[in-house]
Structure formats: C-alpha cells, structure tokens
Design a protein around this ligand. Sequence first.
Ligand SMILES: Nc1ncnc2c1ncn2[C@@H]1O[C@H](COP(=O)(O)OP(=O)(O)OP(=O)(O)O)[C@@H](O)[C@H]1O
Ligand SMILES: O=P(O)(O)O[C@H]1[C@H](O)[C@H](O)[C@H](OP(=O)(O)O)[C@@H](OP(=O)(O)O)[C@@H]1O
Ligand SMILES: [Mg+2]
Ligand SMILES: [Mg+2]
Length: 342
Amino acid sequence: MRLNGEFSSGEEEEVMEKSEVGTTPFSGQKVVVGYALTAKKKKSFLQPNFISLARSKGIYFVAIDVNKPLSEQGPFDIVLHKLSGEEWRDIIEDFRQKHPDVIVLDPPDAIQHLHNRQSMLQDVVDLNLSESYGKVGIPSQLVITKDKDSSSIPYEVTKAGLKLPLVAKPLVVDGTAKSHELFLAYDEFSLSELEPPLVLQEFVNHGGLLFKIYIVGESIKVVRRFSLPNISKRELSKVAGVYRFPRVSCAAASADDADLDPSIAEHPPRSLLEKLAKELRHRLGLRMFNVDMIREYGTKDVFYVIDINYFPGYGKMPNYEPVFTDFLLNLMQNKCKKKLTV
Ligand SMILES: Nc1ncnc2c1ncn2[C@@H]1O[C@H](COP(=O)(O)OP(=O)(O)OP(=O)(O)O)[C@@H](O)[C@H]1O
Ligand SMILES: O=P(O)(O)O[C@H]1[C@H](O)[C@H](O)[C@H](OP(=O)(O)O)[C@@H](OP(=O)(O)O)[C@@H]1O
Ligand SMILES: [Mg+2]
Ligand SMILES: [Mg+2]
C-alpha cells in the first residue's frame, strides 16, 4: 500500500509500505517527516547520503501532495516546508492549529517575517548584546515603498542622510530570481532608474569576505564566502550610476580554503555567534535559518547582519547530514519528554 506518495531517495523514488512503519529506532518508532518543497529545494536538500543516514536512524521522508488535503495525509511527526504563496501559508497554519502534536518547521508567520528585508533585520536592531560579545548591528537603510515615485528617491536618500555607495535590494523576498536582483548605486540620482519597493542599504566595506552562519536548532556552522570588494573613496568619486551585480556570495564563491588576511578572515567570536543565534532563534521563532554577516573593514569586532534566509541551502553546509539527523531526532526526543511530563 502506498503511503502518501513517494519517498525521495535522490534521483529514484521509492514507495513505502505501511507495514514498514514502526520497525526501526526512535525508541522503537519511526519518525515520519512530511516535506513540501520545490523540486529545486528537494534536490539540494534531500540528497541520497542524507536520506540513507536518516533512514538508518529511523527517519523517513514523505512527499506532501499539495493538491490533497494535508490533514488526510500522514500521519507525520514533523513537517518541513518551504513553498511560497498565501494559499500555502493558510494551509500550513490551519494544519498547525488542528494538529498541535505535529512539529511544523517552521510557523508560517515567523517565516513571513523574513520575506521583507526591513522586518527581517528588525530583531537584530532590537538586540542588546553586551559589548563583551562584540558589536552587531545592521547597515543604515531606508525603505522606498511601492507608492513612492522613483524620481523622489534621490531626495529621500538625502533627507535620510544615507551615505553612498548604496546597495539597492527588492523589499520583498519571495523565492523568485527577481527578489535577488541587487544593484550597487554610486550616486543618488541614478537611483531613480530603479523600481520601488526597495530597501536602500549603505554599502559597508568588509574586505570582500562574508560569513554565512547556518543555524539548525542549537547547531551553528560558519562558512566563508567571497563577496563584493571594498569600494574606495577615490573609486566613489570617479564612478556614477547604478550597476546590477550577480549573486556574489553563492556556494561557488566558497572562501573556506583560501589563503586570506587573518584580520579579514578570522571567524566572528564563538561567544558572539552563540548569543546571536540564541537570541534570533527566540525572537524570530525559527529553528532553521542562516545569517549573512560581515566584519567592517579595519575593525576587529564590528559586525553587520545584512541578510537572514529561512531554510537556506543546507545541502551546501559542511556535514549537514548528521547535523540535520540529530536535529530531527532531538525534536522528537523533546516532544516525548514533554508528553511524559504533562
Ligand atoms: N550592505 C552591504 N554591504 C556590503 N555588501 C553587501 C551589503 N548587502 C549585500 N552585500 C553583498 O551582496 C550580497 C547579496 O546580498 P544579500 O545577501 O542581501 O542578498 P540575497 O539576495 O538575499 O542573498 P541570498 O542568496 O543569501 O538570499 C551579499 O552576500 C554581499 O556580498
Ligand atoms: O548561500 P545560501 O546557501 O544561503 O543560498 C541559498 C539562498 O539563500 C536560498 O535560501 C536558496 O533557497 P531557495 O530560496 O529555496 O531557492 C538556496 O537554494 P538551494 O536550492 O541550494 O536550497 C540557496 O542556496
Ligand atoms: Mg544573502
Ligand atoms: Mg537572502
């Protein structure tokens, strides 16, 4: 009998027999993880090695059929999801309300908070980290709402006192390629070529290196990626215009093995990352996200968070297979403990 469509095992799909359920460990039980992911995400996240390791620990992944009622599928212990659109948000929220026993990763409202480049960074602003951890802020930024005319942007920028150069980012991040189309602006007048809604963020020199901090529950992994190079005052005085730039800090831009100036490449202090991750997990109400952080060039401990992504490309995080397997098992263990104490 087929249980909820397919199991993903890399390229091939397997069918799970109902009789298989309940034969391997999690305290003698299987853990069934329903997933609702795009084909791209499924490919990058549910890699064969991960599926095998998880299965050896009793974790099974089952594709959710978005065309069928969610409550009629499963039963699931955990639901993993990253799909865009209001319809899906309503479905998953309704499911959470009706099935409080199922761990939904993560709540749709909390994910939605990261879909806006202004609200995503607000919690970093509100953080009050003791300076002994290092300083963490966000670059000065300005939101240009949809109702604003492009021609008013230069005035708005001057009024807000933003310093050039600026990075112009689409306000809404909705999983489309367009929401990752970024521009560097060397003068405020050229910004009127861009289409609101936008976030205009001061460009912070950071020696061309970015720290990607992956958070999975309690676990924190940091990787280094190449980024945009410093922009000198001289360059700024000579160049004008807005320039679209490609996805600079993607996985192909790994700088983990590069021979770099230690003052640029040294990881942010562990104590700072632990405090930051703990606070953000709590404030955002999310367990699966990453944070893009840069160190201001010429400083030792002045950091800026420039981006936070929900359910990022974990398939590119070193050692993601055991980290995720343990994460899922821990969630189950904690759920059992809670049940026992109630
Ligand atoms: N304020 C800034 N100062 C300096 N560099 C920046 C700034 N903002 C963005 N960048 C550079 O541009 C890149 C893309 O910016 P950002 O991470 O905000 O975009 P994104 O489309 O959300 O990326 P992701 O693929 O991580 O979701 C960063 O990785 C960094 O290299
Ligand atoms: O540099 P990372 O790994 O964070 O880049 C991510 C990117 O930020 C998005 O989270 C992508 O996920 P989707 O938004 O779901 O497309 C990731 O793609 P993935 O296919 O690798 O999961 C990027 O890697
Ligand atoms: Mg980013
Ligand atoms: Mg992003």
